[in-house]
Design a protein. Structure first.
Lengths: 114, 111
């Protein structure tokens, strides 16, 4: 059973460019959340997608946008990249169960903005 | 300030020693998660605690959630080099699927 798959694993972009990161959720999961983890910090919630809609959003600017497809996979788009966007981007998939959410994280995409 | 505070921020222990990592919140938690992360990699789920007073164990790692559901501890018995990494506590305050995390505790285990 495949877990959460993220691509690419590493990426180098120039300031001002745009980037798209991809995530395939764990089989049976229908909700995808994205997190940004700066070096030495805990992950910060960006947004969550369920039923192809953004359900929750953290404190991130509109440069960060996303999409969820009918097969539950998701994309994270970042426009007008800044040096400060350099981070590990984590995708987590989940589904609501009686025990609460069970989250499975991918290995992340390391984005470096130069 | 962080909604979840972890202590200590870093820890170096000799192999075979016991250690404890704490995670404190100023508000009641619905669910408290513990994850382990190798540098630059994804998060590996360790345990989830929901009920006040709950305690769970997996191999040599034990996690507890206090009665008021505002503090959790992670205890490792007889530490091994394989325990090295970053330990993160995360909370889903309202069971909405949005996790907030502590800043992490970096553990080094010296052989």
């Amino acid at each position: 059973d495949a877990g959460v798959t993220q691509s690419p694993t590493h990426l180098i972009k120039t300031r001002g460019q745009q980037v798209t990161l991809r995530c395939s959720p764990k089989s049976g999961h229908d909700t995808v959340s994205w997190y940004q983890q700066a070096l030495g910090q805990g992950p910060q919630f960006i947004f969550q997608y369920y039923e192809e809609e953004e359900r929750q959003r953290g404190n991130f600017p509109d440069r960060f946008s996303g999409h969820q497809f009918p097969n539950y996979s998701s994309e994270l788009n970042v426009n007008a990249l800044l040096l400060g966007d350099s981070a590990l981007y984590l995708c987590a998939s989940s589904s609501v169960g009686w025990q609460g959410y069970g989250y499975t994280f991918g290995s992340g995409t390391r984005l470096t903005v130069v | 300030s962080q909604e979840l505070e972890q202590s200590p921020q870093s820890l170096i222990v000799q192999e075979g020693k016991n250690l404890t990592i704490n995670c404190t919140s100023s508000k009641t938690l619905y669910g408290l998660y513990w994850y382990k992360q190798k540098y630059g990699e994804g998060l590996i789920f360790l345990m989830m605690l929901q009920k006040g007073g709950e305690e769970k164990s997996h191999e040599k790692i034990t996690a507890k959630l206090d009665e008021k559901k505002q503090q959790s501890s992670l205890h490792i018995t007889a530490s091994q080099p394989s325990h090295a990494g970053i330990y993160l506590c995360g909370a889903d305050r309202w069971n909405t699927g949005k996790l907030i995390f502590g800043q992490g505790t970096t553990l080094q285990v010296k052989p």
